[in-house]
Design a protein around this ligand. Structure first.
Ligand code: UD2
Length: 350
């Protein structure tokens, strides 16, 4: 297909990169976005980075009239509009549930009522796994580590960079049973399930993509709830030491936004009628401390002393990285941007 595509939340970080990717491949792109002040600033209008060819409708996902207007004439929908902070979701419980769950419900109801078949691709999250998969560990094992970490005082990070991690994570496949550790994770799981259930009932082809730690340009630097790299960037630029939760040896899977939007287009174009879900990550693990070390190298900063807090955020997990075998086999996905290249691009944008 090469028709008209709707991206909900398309003025945001991942959505706007997806708009660029789709325009490059000949699609027409419409965006429905509420331009939330937290991401776009007070009185925000159309973001400057949004391609002029994108048709932008300002509206709330929970407003059926706005959603129906946005859907009209489109052939496929990417549902990216969501609140995205794990920590924030633990105290703004009502807002996260309302925007993420009800927004998805309004979209699905409109799609079920609308004539014409449309494909739906939902942005899900690795957060639904809770802890990733371990070679020989479990959640209980992890509690011990957390207690030790809680004893840490602020101090030099050099020894920590050299110490090996006691828990050995292995890639987490899609089959791993969900273990929801935050309201955000719960809302992402609900979005995914609701789309797959309603899609199955109405014959709407649905793909849920479980994104891992996506990073890149346009990630909001002023939002304290965005990804750790954007937070590090804004603290370093303002001359503040980055804050490290736990001991910094927790591991994640950092994937470039360019690889993520390439995966999104593959999901759009794959010939598929049934409901499916895929992990989208780099398939590699790296600790938060190593991320900071590499980022400082790219930025030519050699005098930074991070604040190692030893405490952890409510809802956080210890380790998780992706098994991307399914996405490779079914979608033909292959991550192409090395972490080094991705960091350089991010540094150049700051
Ligand atoms: C969560 C979701 C992920 C995605 C992302 C969106 C989980 C398990 N994962 O990823 O699916 O939706 O949020 O933002 O819920 N950290 C610091 N210092 C800081 C900030 C973070 O040390 O200033 C640590 C944090 O404790 C964590 C790691 O960095 O261990 C990554 O944090 P994040 O907020 O970038 O992403 P994460 O993994 O919670």
């Amino acid at each position: 297909m090469s028709g008209s595509v709707l991206i909900t939340g398309g003025a945001g970080f991942i959505g706007s990169h997806l708009a660029d990717e789709l325009l490059r491949h000949g699609y027409r792109v419409r965006v429905l976005d509420s331009l939330v002040p937290q991401v776009h600033g007070p009185d925000a209008g159309r973001p400057a980075y949004l391609d002029p060819e994108v048709e932008l409708i300002k509206g709330d996902m929970r407003d059926p009239a706005a959603v129906q207007k946005a859907l009209a004439g489109t052939e496929a929908i990417f549902h990216f509009a969501a609140m995205v902070g794990v920590g924030q979701s633990m105290y703004e419980i009502e807002r996260y549930t309302s925007v993420n769950n009800c927004g998805t419900a309004v979209l699905l109801e409109a799609m079920a009522q609308a004539k014409g078949e449309r494909k739906l691709i939902v942005a899900s999250s690795m957060s639904i796994y809770g802890e990733g998969r371990y070679r020989d560990g479990s959640g209980a094992y992890y509690d011990n580590v957390r207690r030790e970490v809680g004893q840490l005082q602020r101090g030099s990070w050099e020894p920590l960079l050299k110490e090996s991690e006691p828990l050995i994570p292995v890639p987490t496949p899609e089959e791993k049973a969900p273990s929801l550790a935050s309201v955000y994770a719960l809302s992402k799981y609900d979005q995914e399930r609701m789309a797959l259930i309603v899609g199955g009932c109405y014959g709407i082809p649905v793909i849920a993509l479980r994104f891992f730690n996506v990073y890149g340009t346009r990630q909001a630097l002023s939002n304290p709830y965005t990804g750790v790299l954007a937070i590090f960037a804004s603290r370093l630029m303002n001359g503040n030491p980055p804050r490290i939760f736990e001991d910094g040896r927790q591991q994640r899977d950092f994937v470039s936004v360019h690889d993520v939007v390439a995966a999104c287009r593959l999901a759009l174009e794959v010939d598929q009628q049934k409901q499916q879900l895929f992990n989208i990550g780099s398939g590699a693990k790296i600790s938060v401390l190593q991320v900071l070390e590499r980022f400082c190298q790219v930025l030519n900063i050699d005098s930074i002393e991070p604040e190692i807090t030893g405490s952890y955020r409510a809802g956080d997990i210890r380790h998780c990285f992706a098994d991307i075998t399914s996405a490779k086999e079914v979608l033909g996905y292959a991550p192409r941007v090395s972490f080094e290249e991705g960091l350089r691009e991010l540094a150049g944008w700051l």
